[in-house]
Design a binder for this molecule. Structure first.
Ligand SMILES: [Zn+2]
Length: 252
């Protein structure tokens, strides 16, 4: 049993959190709309990235690691899927409402399951935190309440797909990337992966700066900062962090 004072403080805290969070905006994009927009975006990205890569072993690995992250996600009202894109560009992407996509090249770079888990858990985190859905929601609300009430079926889907293309090109905000890292770290721990894989995965992504090849880096900035945050969150010392970065550099 909690005392009245504690309960009051708790309610006040929830209120403060709710009023600070951008999610306090009215949510007008339904889960079904989010899922259907996500499916459309996924289809287009697959087409743009040379289709799905049909390597049974690689697909099995990505799905196994992905499902382990999905199973411990804080968001349970969507179905997470994990697919490999037939592309030599380094990138990973989360569409709203469940689909996670990762390129064959990035899977090859992430040569341990701990490293792969970090990237997949991070993308799963974007979906769990509903970053895509919130961006679509903001765009729909920006159209004004009148057009919102009058909007025809499919209109918000069109707006949604458009806004997701922009996000796909520029990435989410820095705060949302940090948030996805926090979710990713949580899911990794819950699924019993080694957090050091996160430091190594980011170190590898930061190293591969080839223009045009590393799309991930242009949509996920501040890699050194993210490495330090992850390391601190796990109690990895600065010395160990440096050692892990060195190790990552000698791996393929
Ligand atoms: Zn991200």
């Amino acid at each position: 049993m909690i005392s009245r004072t504690t309960a009051g403080a708790f309610v006040a805290l929830v209120f403060v959190l709710a009023s600070c969070a951008p999610s306090s905006a009215v949510m007008v994009v339904s889960r079904n709309e989010e899922v259907s927009i996500g499916k459309q975006v996924e289809k287009d990205v697959i087409k743009q990235y040379g289709g799905v890569y049909n390597d049974p072993a690689m697909n099995a690995r990505v799905q196994r690691v992905g499902r382990q992250c999905a199973a411990v996600s804080t968001r349970t009202d969507v179905t997470y899927t994990y697919k490999v894109l037939n592309s030599d560009v380094i990138n990973a992407f989360a569409a709203p409402g469940g689909p996670v996509l990762i390129t064959k090249k990035l899977v090859q770079v992430l040569n341990t399951d701990d490293q792969l888990a970090f990237v997949l858990a991070h993308e799963t985190g974007h979906i769990a935190a509903q970053h895509g859905r919130k961006a679509i929601n903001r765009a729909v609300l920006a159209q004004g309440i009148a057009s919102l009430l009058l909007r025809k079926a499919g209109e918000s889907a069109k707006i949604g797909v458009g806004i997701m293309y922009t996000l796909y090109d520029r990435g989410y905000s820095r705060e949302q990337e940090y948030e996805a890292d926090s979710y990713g770290a949580l899911f990794m721990t819950r699924a019993k992966f080694n957090a050091e894989g996160g430091v190594k995965a980011l170190a590898k992504l930061g190293m591969r700066r080839e223009k045009g090849v590393n799309k991930y880096l242009s949509t996920h900035p501040d890699v050194p900062d993210r490495i330090s945050r992850i390391a601190r969150a796990y109690g990895i010392t600065p010395e160990r962090e440096q050692a892990l970065i060195k190790e990552a550099q000698t791996e393929k």
